[in-house]
Design a protein around this ligand. Sequence first.
Ligand SMILES: [Fe+2]
Length: 294
Amino acid sequence: MTIEVRPLTTHIGARMTGIDVRKPLTPAEIDAIDAAMDKHAVLVLPGQDITDEQQLAFTKNFGALEEGANSGARDTELRLVPAFADVSNLDKDGKKLARGNKRRMAALGNRLWHSDASFRAVPAKYSILSGRIVTNNGGNTEFADMRAAYDALDAATKAEVEDLVCEHSLIYSRGQLGFSEFLPDERVSMKPVLQRLVRTHPSSGHKSLFLAAHIGTIVGWPRPEAMAFIRDLMEHATQPQFVYAHRWTQNDLVIWDNRDTMHRVRRFDDLTIVRDMRRTTTRCEGPTVAQQAA
Ligand SMILES: [Fe+2]
């Protein structure tokens, strides 16, 4: 099969055909995906009717797996093996989550712009999301290009953000939606981590803004001033010219690079419609900045 890559917007996203994710990849195919990711940051591979095992095998070509991607969920509640982030609205028996369900509440945080696992000292590299049962009645996933957003800052703002470090935690992002029912052991595991606000992509060399709803302050700044500034940057970075909105088709496999994008899911009627999306995730090479001693 010939690999073809077709851009979806002027900045971000491309559609890639000619790869069969069900089969082991050749080194040339892995290189082609990495090269396309470095250029486009989001890839859509349509028509990938895969099993969980095939998705895991594919993911392992692109780095170490992120462990415990189901942030906070108990193992006994899991529908999928722990290497998966269950982005569905289903419980372990395949029933739709009830309105007041705690996992559903936590998952509502995915409607806020974020970068996966930025609340971990070593954040996520690629996220690989398989659309097993999709909906077109809402539920689009939107991606914002943090390279283009950085490039479009004026020189004074670029100089101001260059060396800033932010605190990221799930407590902050969920708190934005008024969710604060954390158990004591969850609070410990959600201790804020530090991330640079400007990061440089290790293979493309492109600088980008490392923003996420998980940000709760900027180190050394008064918190309200930090959050007002982060809100301004978020507004700037998510303008329509930086965004690709993905409308899902059954068996799309969508890969995004969390090192230079943000994403969010749009609202849909999750109490009525089944949406079964399964995410695997790889880790970055290391932290973006040294962490504080515990
Ligand atoms: Fe996400």
